[in-house]
Design a protein around this ligand. Structure first.
Ligand SMILES: Nc1nc2c(ncn2[C@@H]2O[C@H](COP(=O)(O)OP(=O)(O)OP(=O)(O)O)[C@@H](O)[C@H]2O)c(=O)[nH]1
Ligand SMILES: [Zn+2]
Length: 197
């Protein structure tokens, strides 16, 4: 297993103070982060989110996707419970990287959908992996989760690394005129579950 824990610190946010745990993925060089609040290692199912990096949505307030809205909603939900975890995985653009995501956006500006754009660039629609979650969750003592996601493939990926997903908690937020087609394509082509997409 090539992911190792490096260090942890406090992370005060508008939603309360989390503990930030930093991990190094030695195979890819990526630096992943886990945010926790409360006693997540007690064995009780933990409210959690496995979030894939989206610089544009998470940091630059982009309305092309729903990532930033979902991240904030997840932090709020965890703060309300006083207990939970967010794994922030550095797999930008569903694993193709930021610059390729910008290339994909360029194709989308000319009419392609998010899946067609990836394919035209020579990538599979979703290149993400979740194996690093095994080390991260084991380090935190988490074996059971209530996972905030609309993506059933994420649920399956977590089950494959022996995390017991006791519940899928829908995370439908941030829909707007700029991301309507993006959300509809996720539902139509990538199997996401979403009411009124
Ligand atoms: N390649 C590509 N990646 C995108 C695009 N828009 C957003 N992303 C990336 O998609 C990832 C988020 O994946 P989503 O499919 O939106 O959602 P999910 O994580 O599978 O599912 P949820 O848990 O329900 O959010 C992030 O890494 C974003 O950077 C796009 O148009 N093309
Ligand atoms: Zn996004």
């Amino acid at each position: 297993m090539s992911t190792v824990f490096v260090a942890a610190s406090k992370l005060p946010t508008p939603h309360g103070t989390f503990i930030m745990h930093g991990f190094q993925d030695e195979a890819t060089g990526k630096e992943h982060v886990a945010l926790t609040m409360g006693d997540v290692g007690s064995g009780e199912p933990v409210l959690g989110r496995i979030h894939s990096e989206c610089l544009t949505g998470d940091a630059l307030f982009s309305m092309r996707c729903d990532c930033g809205y979902q991240l904030e909603a997840a932090m709020k939900a965890i703060a309300e419970e006083g207990r939970g975890v967010i794994l922030y995985l550095r797999q930008e653009g569903r694993g193709i990287g930021l610059l390729n995501k910008i290339r994909a956006y360029e194709l989308q500006d000319d009419g392609a959908d998010t899946v067609e754009a990836n394919e035209r660039l020579g990538f599979a629609p979703d290149m993400r992996k979740y194996d690093m979650c095994e080390v991260m969750l084991r380090h935190l003592g988490i074996t059971k989760m209530r996972l905030m996601t609309n993506n059933p493939r994420k649920v399956d990926a977590l089950k494959n690394i022996d995390i017991d997903i006791v519940e899928r908690v829908p995370l439908q937020t941030g829909k707007n005129p700029h991301n309507e087609r993006y959300i509809a394509t996720k539902v139509g082509k990538l199997g996401h579950l979403y009411n009124n997409a």
